[in-house]
Design a protein around this ligand. Structure first.
Ligand code: DN4
Ligand code: BGC
Ligand code: ZN
Ligand code: ZN
Length: 360
């Protein structure tokens, strides 16, 4: 492959460099050209060197960053894909376990999977890359060229709702009109995942609240309002207003905040842990909290990544939002940069939801 411009790190040590080089990679029946790549907390943490699990591909002394992308097919050896088709490349690559072999590497049983831009496989922040059609998902709607970059973060949300659907069946969960009317979902954290979780909880019929320990600006509030989601700055409001939670989703990874809100889950409530922060301060768990979880049949569950069907669900949902809510879904993309910009990976401003790099 010819030399390309790419953003690389040296995992797990961190740092970021823009290089122009020939990149040795797994072969593929497609060559993809990114249209947009997204930047998220995982990328910033890899660059900061604050995660222990990222690693370079075997034999390489660097890792190309990037696991959120929407691409155009640049060259195809596969009759199902034509030059110009829009596709999303998947993050996780199969290992050898049974879950991986059946296409559920999101539920890998031994950790032997690889993740593009994170663990042992070069990512998508480069001008061109080879890709296997096994790991791409088609975007049938050309109108999604920009907002389709949210497919990867939204697929995590779709997976978590699959988990919710499974575990909430342990008892009768809906309201007595067999809908989610009157059921309350709370989402901790106002990053892009928090926004997508809250929008999806509302879509599923929950009365939905998103919360943080500080206010958010008018633009963010306006987006939430368009999607019917309420915001609460919990440093100002008494937590009594968060009574009667049926579904709690955490994107902060902060133990004391999780425990505070989880103590407000009602009978048969579900807590989904999604955010991670290895550096967060620990918080003690009391006996009365354990009693609350046991006596109320509360389910606490972790959820990571998503499978091909969750990417497909995410694309369908983005199509629906794109066509029904004007450009509100587009407004989650608050920053569009180019590879020439400086400070692409600087700390996320609290009112910035999603930064993307345009490669066109
Ligand atoms: P993000 O943009 O860093 O969002 C995290 C949010 O949590 C921010 O709004 C934080 O506030 C907020 N937060 C932090 N501490 C607290 C607290 N004590 N109370 C309330 N809110 C708090 O990250 P993201 O939205 O991209 O992703 C969310 C998390 O999910 C990250 O921890 C990722 O590691 C994790 N993640 C997991 C998967 C997976 O399991 C995939 C992608 C991301 P502020 O910074 O706005 O003040 O597959
Ligand atoms: C990605 C997941 C991936 C995880 C690894 C996230 O940002 O969305 O697909 O498994 O990082 O921690
Ligand atoms: Zn990400
Ligand atoms: Zn596996």
């Amino acid at each position: 492959m010819e030399p390309v411009t790419a953003f690389v790190t040296n995992a797990p040590r961190g740092g970021v460099n823009k290089v122009r080089t020939e990149i040795e990679d797994d072969p593929g029946d497609l060559i993809l050209k990114p249209v947009f790549t997204g930047i998220c907390g995982t990328d910033r943490s890899i660059i900061a060197g604050s995660l222990s699990f990222p690693f370079n591909p075997p034999g390489s002394d660097y890792l190309v960053l990037g696991h959120e992308a929407i691409c155009r097919v640049y060259d195809s050896q596969n009759s199902r894909y034509r030059v110009g088709d829009l596709v999303i490349p998947m993050v996780r690559r199969k290992g050898k376990c049974i879950n991986c072999r059946m296409g559920r590497q999101d539920n890998c049983s031994d950790g032997d999977k690889r993740e593009a831009g994170v663990t042992g496989k070069h990512g998508f922040m480069r001008e061109l890359f080879p890709e296997s059609s096994e790991y791409v998902v088609r975007v049938p709607d050309l109108g999604l060229e920009k907002v389709g970059v949210l497919t990867e973060p939204l697929k995590n949300v779709m997976k978590a709702f699959e988990v919710f659907d499974r575990i909430s069946q342990r008892s009768y969960y809906p309201s007595d009109d067999y809908s989610m009317n009157g059921k309350n979902a709370w989402v901790i954290g106002t990053g892009s995942e928090g926004f997508l979780y809250s929008m999806m909880a509302r879509e599923r019929g929950f009365e939905t609240y998103i919360t943080n320990r500080h206010p958010i600006d008018e633009n963010r509030l306006e987006i939430l309002e368009k999607f019917g989601v309420n915001f609460m700055d919990y440093s100002k409001s008494p937590l009594e207003s968060a009574d009667n939670i049926d579904l709690l989703i955490d994107t902060s990874g902060d133990p004391s905040t999780v425990l505070r809100f989880a103590s407000r889950l009602r009978h048969n409530g579900v807590l989904i842990l999604f955010g991670t922060n290895e550096k967060a301060q620990s918080a003690p768990m009391s006996g009365s909290f354990i009693d609350h979880v046991v006596e109320k049949n509360i389910s606490i569950v972790g959820s990571v990544d998503g499978a091909k069907m969750h990417y497909e669900q995410a694309i369908s949902q983005l199509m629906k939002w794109h066509h029904s809510n004007g450009n509100s879904i587009e407004s989650l993309i608050t920053n569009i940069k180019t590879p020439e910009n400086d400070n692409l990976f600087e700390r996320r401003d609290v009112n910035n939801i999603k930064t993307v790099i345009s490669w066109q």
